[in-house]
Design a protein around this ligand. Structure first.
Ligand code: DQA
Length: 156
């Protein structure tokens, strides 16, 4: 009996999701815990890796305090083999037209993530350049925002 053809290449590969964190998110755990909770970024990465495994996704987490580094990572994400990006750009969310342009420039879907709900905080946090280009936003759920965003990325 002739053997059936192999499945398409993509069907054999684990989808990879890139999680990018912007300025000051390296301080999670001690940074304003009343607003951001007590989980560290390493705790969040562990949560995402565990949920990713259940969903059949490989998760890679990165953090930078530098806008240009975040831009480079966004621009390189597709050639690095990622299927989508979760982005918590921290305060750059509210200031960076460069991030907006980068999200529009790349082919990959980007999901905006926030621990807090910026729309319920100071007026200057209400504007989100990231949100203007992101396919979705998950905010206000603490560390769980990232998990919900990962579940949405899985469904894309
Ligand atoms: C944040 C919200 C931003 O307004 C703030 O500048 C941050 C964290 C959040 O995850 O809630 O750095 O992105």
């Amino acid at each position: 009996m002739p053997s059936s053809p192999p499945p398409p290449h993509s069907a054999t590969q684990t989808r990879r999701i890139l999680v990018l964190n912007g300025p000051n998110l390296n301080l999670l755990g001690t940074r304003e815990p009343a607003i951001y909770g007590s989980a560290t970024l390493a705790d969040i990465a562990a949560l995402l890796e565990a949920r990713g495994e259940e969903l059949g996704l490989e998760v890679e987490c990165r953090q930078s305090n530098h806008e240009g580094v975040l831009l480079d990572w966004l621009q390189q994400a597709e050639s690095e083999g990622f299927a989508s990006v979760l982005l918590n750009a921290g305060a750059y969310t509210h200031t960076s037209i460069a991030l907006l342009d980068a999200i529009r420039a790349i082919a990959l879907p980007v999901i905006e993530v926030h621990l807090s709900d910026p729309s319920q905080r100071e007026e200057f946090r209400h504007l989100s350049y990231v949100g203007m280009a992101a396919v979705d936003t998950v905010q206000g759920l603490g560390a769980q925002s990232y998990v919900v965003a990962l579940e949405r990325a899985a469904a894309l």
